[in-house]
Design a binder for this molecule. Structure first.
Ligand code: ADP
Ligand code: MG
Length: 247
């Protein structure tokens, strides 16, 4: 049985002609793609190619110069971030140092006025899912890197949003932990039926996690396909080199 934390129906995301310039320099250049409901889509590409900006545009943390962002076919460009039904996990998942694990996880719910009993209920569900049951009264400084990352994950899913955006969430962890955590995130995403857009510059991460990989270069989409497509049928030399496939 699927443990649906998401109360609302599944949501897909589509962007059209999405464009963003900083100081006259275009960093996201008329990109278009679609992420199906319940899909895990990886935005992959070298540093500076526009991955984080794309994610921030979808989350509403940046305003596009041009283009549309559709969630369930409704344009959300003018919608405030908090109404977009999106949660986000950043690379630096700053936890509140003075709050314990439980308080960190439900902080956002408290701010939104979710009643205490419901907060406790949701907390118990996400700590079971993220393996944090034994750490609820620890402070972030008393946790390992992997445990802190789980708290950030729990904080993102406790809000029960259908769409989750992750920006290089594992880049501060060592290689072995990264390998474990990417499997955990993938399992959680599938179990909860979340639509996820996951940013990384790590092609192995992309190939092992994604339903769909969108490879970006200089603010544009170089190739968009299932992992095997990019690996076996790279459309360009850039894709072949980046994925590490024989060209
Ligand atoms: P990535 O996440 O793929 O590394 P980013 O989206 O962070 O790339 O950045 C794309 C380009 O936009 C980079 O050249 C970066 O320096 C620039 N950029 C990002 N945010 C800003 C900003 N707020 N102001 C000016 N330039 C920015
Ligand atoms: Mg980035």
């Amino acid at each position: 049985m699927r443990a649906t934390v998401v109360e609302t129906s599944l949501s897909g995301v589509r962007v059209e002609h999405l464009t963003k310039a900083f100081d006259g320099r275009v960093v996201v250049d008329h990109i278009a793609f679609e992420v199906g409901a319940g899909e895990l889509c990886v935005l992959l590409g070298p540093s500076g190619c526009g991955k984080s900006t794309t994610l921030r545009l979808i989350a509403g943390l940046e305003e596009p110069n041009f283009g549309r962002i559709l969630i369930d076919d409704a344009d959300v460009v003018a919608m405030p971030p908090k109404d977009r039904r999106i949660s986000m996990v950043f690379q630096s998942y700053a936890l509140f140092p003075h709050l314990d694990v439980a308080e960190n996880i439900v902080f956002g719910l408290k701010v939104r006025g979710v009643p205490k009993a419901e907060r406790a209920d949701r907390l118990m569900r996400v700590v079971a899912l993220t393996g944090l049951s034994d750490y609820l009264d620890r402070k972030p400084s008393q946790l390992s890197g992997g445990q802190r990352q789980r708290v950030a994950l729990a904080r993102a899913i406790v809000g029960e949003q259908p769409i989750c955006l992750m920006d290089e969430p594992l880049s501060n962890l060592d290689a072995q932990l990264r390998g474990e955590m990417r499997l955990e995130i993938r399992a959680l995403q599938q179990r909860l039926g979340m639509t996820m857009i996951y940013v990384t510059h790590d092609q192995i991460e992309a190939m092992t996690m994604a339903d769909r990989v969108i490879l970006m270069k200089d603010g544009r989409i170089e190739q968009n396909g299932v992992p095997a497509d990019l690996y076996e049928r790279p459309a360009t030399m850039f894709t072949a080199r980046f994925i590490g496939a024989p060209a």
